[in-house]
Write a protein that binds this ligand. Structure first.
Ligand SMILES: [Zn+2]
Ligand SMILES: [Zn+2]
Length: 721
């Protein structure tokens, strides 16, 4: 038999599939297994993708070794990979690498990743009557009582060794799964009338491939609906995928699911070790779990017989992978929905403009949860114009926010403060000559982190100790501009000396378990104030929080991106929703320099629908999605001049080949010119429909294949422009 093997090498090209000969004894069940094959003068690893016939005039070499006992890729995953490669024009090998846990990628020894325990048992066919030694008799009687024992549980090692040598006792290894120690929340699921109606509607369409957009205000209990639907899916003998933006950011929803579905659930954490991840993957593949909950890549869970796919917080940008393969999770969900004939639910309090537009047009089925479960009104929100505060000498905190914080501290209620920037100050500058400390590898300012005393690049990770002298003019009065989480924490402690303040950002949550600890401690009331980045805006539920303060409501407005208003609305709406989730009414304060901006005004009124109407006008006027599609062509080179020249050529090539209706913008400099010593340029394509798009882009990729001086990457529906 002949098979096509996808070679895994450092050379990333679209077509690394070659035909090999598989001998009869390995042919069985070989599709989807990894194999070793000779390739040029080396031996490399590859995936067996399909059976094929021998091409004429081709001498196929033999497969040297089959690595796996069981295929790591099933037929569905193999097809999804091909689909992704065609849709995103990326090398096929990338797609399988994105699907599989690290332990199954090339050059990882799988067997090292399987954890086993050694057990011992009696050999039933051997006569034990002639054993006379007391310690050996003891072991035998122990094994008669307990059929299987852990080898480590038997005390007399030497006697056991003798019995094993005689063949009376045999030892064997048994695979075990690592305990990933997921927290469980036990809480009875009782649906409100509204939740019940929504759930019934979804349950009626189980077995049909269709998309629901579930719009629900924060606190309306989408999780209850999800759980109720998944219970029904399990009753029907089917499986479920639940996607959340980032497990570590949404521990509470995960804990709810774990509490209900116990051992039937696999959790794909980003902080799992390679071994833990591989264990969860095997559980799923062997059909030992019914529900998979996880971040983006969990959409590839090798479940059979999928009954529902739920994408919670569907607006989250984490559903788009930002490196190759640059896939959109929804595309894969739709593909699987068609394969399995199951519905997809997109849930959000702030759906993307594109999703809401599709629901309005009837492409998606629209469902709405409009009541908060606790029947409490949404928090009262006040907007503070910081331009006035600056005149009063209030640089960071407005008088209103300070008064409200004091009030809550007196009432023993809790406060959350959002500052969407980590570190201490945004950047350091010399007041004398204007010198700004920048990363030597990237065209970006270094952020000062006071705790570590370092200046860090948030792009490439470069760090150096803070300098006290300007390298340009020797000035010693270096100024810190702007504030990050560290500074807010420090300032708040200075004003309220007795308040207990905890900080949650990428720096304080990098250690395993630290994120959960902050959440649990805050929940138990060990802290009064939680200061954090947008991490604190998502999915958290603290009953005693009655005040949310947004320190700088503009931070996401000022990014040069057509989605900046949408991001701002979404972030503000989510963080405001953290206030007053239980019995006590909540309040929120937004500090801003743009108090009249529509995304801030509508967020303060919890008015998604009018925000949507307004934002659609802007998108239409400027011709942005959903009024068109965007594809980004990224061009990067270590050599500035070479890069810009190739970018110009690419733009010209596209103009000559694409439909005249497609707008080709650029080349322009990417949002950050230099990252990690690479200069970045881009060309933007805007189109409604262009029949020549794929052929042209494919040709472009071919032109640059093998050109190592410039790197071309395509990004369909990009998040960042
Ligand atoms: Zn200077
Ligand atoms: Zn850098």
């Amino acid at each position: 038999m002949y098979v096509n093997v996808l070679i895994e090498t450092k050379v990333k090209s679209n077509n690394m599939m070659f035909t090999y000969h598989a001998s009869k004894d390995v042919c069985d069940n070989i599709i989807g297994k990894r194999v070793l094959v000779p390739f040029s003068s080396r031996i490399v690893e590859g995936f067996v993708i399909e059976f094929t016939s021998l091409p004429t005039n081709y001498e196929a070499k033999d497969i040297l070794k089959v690595i796996d006992d069981e295929p790591v890729l099933n037929e569905e995953l193999i097809n999804i990979g091909k689909y992704m490669s065609d849709k995103y024009l990326c090398p096929l090998i990338y797609t399988y690498q994105a699907m599989l846990p690290k332990a199954l990628k090339a050059n990882h020894k799988v067997n090292d990743k399987v954890k086993t325990l050694t057990y011992v048992k009696l050999n039933p066919f051997l006569d034990v009557s002639n054993v006379k030694i007391k310690s050996q008799i003891e072991i035998i009687s122990l094994l008669k009582k307990n059929k299987n024992l852990l080898k480590s549980d038997i005390k007399s090692k030497s006697s056991l060794k003798k019995l094993i040598e005689k063949g009376i006792v045999t030892e064997y290894k048994k695979e075990i799964y690592r305990d990933i120690n997921a927290t469980e929340t036990k809480k009875e699921v009782i649906l409100t009338k509204e939740q019940n109606e929504i759930s019934s509607r979804i349950k009626q369409s189980l077995g049909i491939s269709k998309v629901y957009l579930l719009y629900g205000v924060t606190g309306s209990g989408k999780t209850e609906v999800y759980i109720d639907v998944v219970k029904k899916v399990i009753e029907q003998g089917k499986t479920s995928i639940i996607l959340v933006p980032e497990i570590s950011l949404t521990p509470q929803i995960t804990a709810r699911f774990k509490g209900v579905f116990k051992d039937k659930i696999a959790i794909l954490h980003s902080s799992l070790s390679d071994g833990e991840r591989y264990d969860e993957f095997r559980k799923i593949k062997r059909g030992e779990v019914k529900v998979v909950i996880g971040a983006r890549s969990a959409i590839f869970a090798p479940l059979k017989n999928i009954g529902i796919i739920i994408i919670d917080e569907e607006h989250s940008e984490s559903y788009k992978q930002e490196n190759n393969p640059r896939y959109n999770t929804l595309d894969i969900a739709l593909k699987r929905s068609k394969t399995h004939n199951c519905p997809v639910i997109l849930g959000s309090a702030t759906p993307t403009i594109e999703s809401f537009a599709r629901a309005k047009k009837g492409y998606y089925n629209y469902l709405e949860l409009c009541q908060r479960v606790n029947k409490k009104p949404l928090p009262k929100v006040e907007i503070v114009d910081m331009k006035n505060e600056i005149r009063k000498g209030n640089k960071i905190f407005s008088s209103l926010l300070i008064n409200k914080i004091e009030d809550r501290l007196n009432k023993k209620e809790q406060i959350m403060l959002l500052i969407n920037r980590r570190g201490y100050s945004n950047y350091l500058t010399c007041p004398n000559c204007g010198y700004v400390f920048k990363c030597p590898n990237c065209d970006i300012t270094l952020t000062y982190h006071k705790t570590s005393g370092m200046m860090r690049c948030h792009y490439c990770g470069y760090a150096e100790y803070k300098k006290s002298v300007c390298p340009n003019c020797k000035e010693t009065d270096i100024r810190q501009i702007g504030s990050g989480t560290e500074k807010i924490q420090e300032e708040i402690k200075e004003i309220f000396t007795d308040a207990k303040v905890v900080r949650m950002d990428a720096d304080t949550t990098s250690k395993k378990g630290s994120h959960n600890k902050i959440i649990n401690d805050f929940n138990e009331g060990k802290y009064d104030i939680l200061v954090g980045t947008q991490m604190i805006a998502k999915g958290l539920n603290f009953p005693n929080v009655t005040l949310v303060g947004v320190i700088n409501g503009d931070s996401s407005l000022n990014i040069p991106n057509f989605r900046s208003s949408e991001r701002t609305f979404s972030l503000l709406d989510q963080v405001i929703g953290r206030s007053g989730r239980a019995l006590k009414a909540g309040e929120a304060i937004i500090q801003t320099y743009n108090p009249d901006h529509y995304s801030i005004v509508f967020a303060s009124k919890h008015d998604y629908k009018n925000f949507f109407v307004r934002e659609m006008l802007v998108r239409k006027k400027l011709n942005y999605p959903p009024y068109c599609f965007i594809t980004l062509i990224k061009i990067s080179s270590k050599d500035f001049n070479y890069g810009i020249n190739e970018a110009k050529k690419i733009s010209m090539f596209l103009k000559n080949n694409l439909s005249s209706k497609t707008s080709i913008l650029g080349p322009s400099i990417a949002s950050v010119l230099k990252i990690n010593n690479n200069y970045n340029f881009q060309v933007i394509l805007k189109y409604k429909k262009d029949d020549k798009l794929y052929d042209t882009l494919n040709e472009l990729i071919k032109i640059y294949e093998g050109n190592y001086k410039v790197k071309i990457e395509l990004d369909f529906d990009p998040i960042n422009l």
